[in-house]
Design a protein around this ligand. Structure first.
Ligand SMILES: [Zn+2]
Length: 400
């Protein structure tokens, strides 16, 4: 959290606007100053995001970063109260920023009309105090969890499904989302709001709880030792009709690959009774360098074109353009085709990269799927699959 500036001035108009919360013992001028010097990134400006953004802006958070690549549609309006009929077709981040600036003109808003990770220049998040996960896809949640673990950022997760919801604050030294969900179910197991339906009020209730937990975190006194208060994590399990909230305490899972990825192979087993959607682990070039210096030697796979590879490549990488990789994985799995490269891949960590990121994600997911499938018939298929965030361009910038 940004250091509290004792001299932070509150103008008379500002004092009038925030009068009721300045009177609160739990906030007061010191608390308000903490909120005003805080930066929060909100990923997703949909059902949860609209409520969360409105709450954070109206409570006086000083700087908001909003990531969303969606456009406002007619079916959003019943549960996303920042948007109106006349906003249909416009970028959500632009409409949200316009509306929020009228709620609190003292809030500085930065918008990113794109997903968080495709442009995961981690430097964007360096001065962020807290990330709020308001997304509705497990792949996006997985990425937020990995990025936050990578750069030791706390994040507040929330999800809505039907009339139920979940909220948890994950701190850098506590449990993470992957401790809770070691293997994310596919979209067919847990339905998103688009598939399963949702009442607007449910998203708003869960969003309000998420916002309150975020504000409580921002109001905490900065601690000299963040590790001491971070060991246990509370998961709030919310049912809105009939209303109930259950609080479950959780610790770090011993076999969580995000929390313990420095250790040996992951020991958890894939549950073959459940459809598993594979999620590779995003890793930054900086982190790859550090781990390689400590002896990590994954199989490095370059999935770019011949032309791109001719411009330069990571040392000791093997070249498997994405189309030929996918075809070889398919053949090896369907016909027990003996492919020496894939045999190497079966039991080691893999690091996949492309020019900037998106192709590597697809390739890494295909490899992870292959590993999960061969695990059903053999004892092989160990090792993790990593995708290089920022691709070769990011790598080149680091080694310069
Ligand atoms: Zn974990």
């Amino acid at each position: 959290m940004s250091p509290l500036r004792d001299e932070l001035l509150i103008s008379p108009l500002e004092r009038q606007r925030f009068d009721r919360q300045l009177r609160l013992n739990t906030c007061g001028e010191v608390g308000y100053s903490r909120l005003k010097t805080s930066t929060v990134a909100v990923i997703g400006a949909g059902g949860l995001g609209c409520t969360v953004l409105t709450a954070l802006a109206s409570t006086g958070v000083g700087r908001l970063l909003i990531f969303d690549f969606d456009r406002v549609s007619l079916s959003n309006l019943h549960r996303q109260p920042l948007y109106r009929d006349q906003d249909i077709g416009f970028a959500k981040v632009e409409v949200a920023a316009r509306e929020l600036s009228t709620i609190n003109p003292y809030c500085h808003i930065e918008i990113y009309d794109r997903p968080l990770r495709r442009y995961a220049d981690l430097s964007t998040l360096t001065d962020v105090d807290l990330i709020l996960d308001c997304t509705d896809r497990f792949s996006a949640r997985s990425n937020i969890a990995a990025i936050c673990r990578e750069i030791s950022l706390p994040y507040c997760y929330a999800s809505v499904s039907g009339t139920d919801g979940q909220v948890a604050l994950f701190r850098p030294y506590g449990a993470c989302l992957r401790c809770l969900f070691p293997h994310f179910p596919s979209g067919g197991v847990i339905q998103s709001c688009d598939q399963g339906g949702v009442l607007g009020v449910t998203a708003q209730m869960v969003g309000a709880i998420q916002a309150q937990i975020a504000i409580d975190y921002l109001l905490e006194k900065p601690s000299a030792n963040p590790q001491t208060k971070a060991q246990r994590t509370t998961l709030h399990v919310i049912s809105t009709s009939p209303f109930s909230v259950q609080q479950l305490q959780m610790n770090r899972a011993r076999d969580c690959h995000l929390c313990h990825h420095e250790g040996s192979h992951v020991t958890s087993k894939v549950d073959h009774n459940q459809t598993i959607e594979p999620f590779p682990i995003p890793i930054s070039a900086q982190r790859v360098m550090e781990r390689m210096k400590s002896g990590w030697s994954p199989l490095i796979i370059d999935v770019r074109t011949e032309h791109e590879r001719a411009q330069g490549a990571i040392d000791r990488s093997i070249h498997l353009p994405i189309e030929s990789l996918q075809e070889r994985l398919h053949r090896a799995h369907k016909s027990a085709f003996n492919d020496s490269t894939l045999n190497d891949l079966s039991d080691s960590d893999a690091l996949v990269y492309c020019q900037r990121g998106p192709r590597a994600e697809r390739a890494a997911r295909a490899i992870q799927q292959y590993k999960a499938e061969i695990k059903t018939s053999t004892v092989r298929g160990n090792g993790e699959v990593y995708e290089l965030v920022g691709g070769y361009c990011g790598w080149r910038d680091i080694i310069k």
